[in-house]
Design a protein around this ligand. Structure first.
Ligand SMILES: *Cc1c(COP(=O)(O)O)cnc(C)c1O
Length: 395
């Protein structure tokens, strides 16, 4: 097996080549090692393998797999971390990152504006004796007040779902590191393309690869990026024994996704800015929330932290739920669904779908009003999307 390194080259080159493992056949495309197990030449070799595997040795697909290792190596290179561990879904990654490092009695500080399933994982940690404090992620004073010597970890989405609040990663990381806490960032909305999370102080970066890494809404996957010690000695034992393993086939989908991700995500973000500007003064909307617009409360931070407003826009339809639903039902190109980062543009009504389970009070706190729509901008022509949205709003 030969392994291609693109270390030191630009991200777009790494995204195409880094970590490719070629068998003795010299296949051009990354091979799918759709095998659950691996054969040993001798009993002695089997014994040795179970005492510890080298970089290119495998035991069982729940522990690791050559196709998955290619995906892990490639995303780690792009993210700038020493290592990565791929998982069955984004939630297996969040769960693996947090549960593998926490023990009863630990203290975790988390931003309140989180994906519903991330909140579930934190509640589960609390059930097992981890103390979880919640803060308004954009308020640095609240982070300062909640952190204390010995805090085990902080957890937040660098750009929140669906409100698109941008959290000051570097400031939170500095405060967290001052008390010895590990900084865990769910970086889905920032995307690996615009992420500079490692430089800004993140220790662990988690992605739902289901989103921009796949880019076609085909397969679930997740990945945890971090130091080699954390990935191999903390995360790997937890995930290999609890079963959150990624399918080699899904790793192959994600490897192919990475090759085109930079082009896709930049095009989607360019369209998102064009569309946000076009909608900005629309009379049918009471708000257009996009970190790339100068009126976004954390616009300057978003530009410094990511250099882009990203691929997601949130709008508030004037007239509440009825008006929002009427507009949704008139859309012709943008599909009503709940994924994001797809080549196809997708619109979501968070209050009745993804965030349905939250209390009215919690929804209000997170800005999830009855008229709020979250739009994931795809790869269609931006003008067609503007026409679709303005047509739907015009009634
Ligand atoms: C989608 C998503 C997840 C969960 O990912 P899955 O692949 O669906 O398990 C976690 N965090 C954020 C911010 C997400 O958007």
């Amino acid at each position: 097996m030969s392994v291609t390194s693109a270390k030191g080259l630009h991200p777009r080159t790494q995204a195409v080549h880094h970590g490719t493992r070629r068998s003795q056949y010299g296949e051009m495309a990354e091979a799918i090692f759709l095998t659950q197990g691996f054969v040993y030449d001798s009993a002695e070799q089997a014994e040795a393998r179970f005492q510890g595997t080298g970089d290119d040795e495998f035991i069982y697909a729940r522990y690791g797999n050559p196709t998955s290792r290619m995906f892990e190596d490639r995303i780690a290179a792009l993210e700038g971390t020493e290592d990565a561990f791929a998982t069955a879904s984004g939630m297996a990654a969040v769960n693996g990152a947090m549960f593998s490092m926490c023990a009863p009695g630990d203290h975790v500080v988390a931003a309140r504006a989180l994906f519903g399933s991330c909140l579930y994982v934190l509640d589960l940690l609390a059930k097992f004796g981890v103390e979880v404090s919640y803060v308004d992620g954009t308020d640095l004073d609240q982070w300062r007040a909640a952190l204390r010597p010995g805090t085990r970890a902080v957890f937040f989405e660098s750009v929140s779902n669906p409100g698109l609040e941008v959290i000051d990663l570097k400031s939170v990381a500095d405060m967290a590191h001052a008390v010895g806490a590990t900084v865990v960032v769910d970086n889905v909305f920032a995307t690996p393309v615009f992420s500079r999370a490692v430089d800004q102080g993140a220790d662990v970066i988690v992605y739902s690869a289901t989103k921009h890494i796949d880019g076609g809404g085909r397969a679930l996957a997740g990945v945890i990026c971090g130091t080699r010690d954390y990935i191999r000695n903390t995360v790997e034992p937890y995930l290999k024994h609890t079963g959150g393993a990624i399918s080699p086939f899904h790793s192959w989908i994600m490897l192919n996704g990475l090759a085109t991700m930079d082009l896709r995500v930049r095009a989607q973000a360019d369209s998102a800015l064009t569309i946000a500007r076009a909608l900005q003064d629309h009379p049918g909307l009471s708000r257009v929330i996009y970190p790339g617009l100068p009126d976004h409360p954390q616009h300057d931070l978003a530009m410094a932290q990511m250099g882009s407003g990203g691929t997601m826009i949130a709008v508030e339809v004037a007239g509440g739920k009825d008006a929002a639903f009427a507009a949704l039902d008139r859309l012709r190109i943008i599909r009503i669904s709940n994924n994001l980062g797809d080549a196809k543009s997708i619109v979501t009504h968070p209050a009745t779908t993804t965030h349905q389970r939250l209390s009215d009070e919690a929804k209000a706190h997170l800005g999830i009003t009855p008229g709020l729509l979250r739009i994931s901008i795809g790869l269609e022509d931006a003008q067609d999307l503007i026409d679709d949205l303005t047509g739907a709003l015009a009634g």
